[in-house]
Write a protein that binds this ligand. Structure first.
Ligand code: AMP
Length: 277
């Protein structure tokens, strides 16, 4: 696996890669969720590029960007083992040089859910992903369904800007007990780690109700809220039962639906979701 930092080296290395190119953008501190994307890309395409960049513009000023977990050596070993061909690790000077002034902003689809709770977040995401796409020029890019709205936003951007890139969304990888894998799980102390199960448990309860015929979205939201509110270490930010395409909140479930939530466990903000087909 080749490792590059600056744009010229990336372009040279990219040009030297044979065949079709798959791309997996990440912020590092890799776990099996990230690696599932890399391994899938390796199966489906000739060459695979991975990026690691903790993108400052998608964090709020109040977020502790410096505390975001990092372990580059471990990441490199994991990517090598997973079969990646090229690792791009740009720094802030490469991505946002002095006098940087161009932003990519997607409309309606960025407004509810994560976009409502994290103003400016998706502007940072779409800007950095557009820049990464322009540099790597992959045929296919892989994202995790864990960040369901992010997938919808990227798909919208790619459509709207005529980017010739296929976006593949891959299923959420979970710990044995159901907790969705996340680099942020590392912030949880043992009590919080246990409490964090309210996310996946409440989603499973909602799915059970749905599978047994419940179609009232308000009832599903209330079931999830009840479970989360019963956990003293959890603070609910939102639960949603929304149309999969528009992400608008539903009264009655009639089509493909996204159940999603954001919950603080102590100081750590976690998200989880499930698609009801
Ligand atoms: P991040 O490093 O958090 O920006 O994540 C990089 C990519 O990995 C994104 O497309 C995420 O959606 C994806 N990802 C993160 N966690 C998981 C997971 N548990 N399962 C599947 N994909 C994931």
């Amino acid at each position: 696996m080749r490792k590059v930092i600056n744009l010229e080296d990336l372009r040279d290395a990219r040009t030297a890669l044979p065949g079709s190119i798959g791309f997996v953008p990440t912020m590092g501190f890799l776990h099996e969720g990230h690696l599932s994307l890399v391994k899938r890309a390796c199966r489906e395409l000739d060459s695979v590029v991975v990026s690691i960049f903790v993108n400052p513009t998608q964090f709020a000023p109040t977020d502790d960007l410096d505390a975001y977990p990092r372990d580059l050596e471990r990441d490199i070993a994991l990517l090598q083992e997973a079969g990646a061909d090229l690792l791009w690790m740009p720094n802030n000077e490469v991505m946002y040089p002095p006098d940087y002034q161009t932003w990519v902003e997607v409309g309606e689809i960025t407004k509810p859910l994560e976009g409502e709770k994290r103003p400016g977040h998706f502007r940072g995401v779409t800007t950095i992903v557009a820049k990464l796409f322009n540099a790597v020029q992959p045929q296919v890019a892989y994202f995790g369904q864990k960040d369901a709205q992010q997938v919808a936003v990227i798909r919208q951007m790619v459509r709207d800007l005529n980017m010739p890139i296929e976006i593949v969304a891959s299923p959420i990888v979970r710990e044995r007990d159901g907790l969705a894998m996340s680099s942020r799980n590392t912030y949880l102390n043992p009590d919080e780690r246990q409490a964090a199960l309210v996310l996946s448990t409440s989603i499973q309860k909602a799915k059970f109700a749905y599978d047994n015929g419940e179609r009232d979205a308000g009832v599903l939201r209330a079931k999830m809220e009840e479970i989360i509110n019963a956990e003293p270490l959890a603070r609910l930010e939102y639960v949603s039962c929304a149309d999969y395409v528009s992400l608008a909140e539903l009264d009655i479930i009639e089509r493909k639906t996204l159940i999603s939530m954001a919950v603080y466990i102590g100081k750590t903000r976690l998200i989880d979701n499930l698609i009801l087909e």
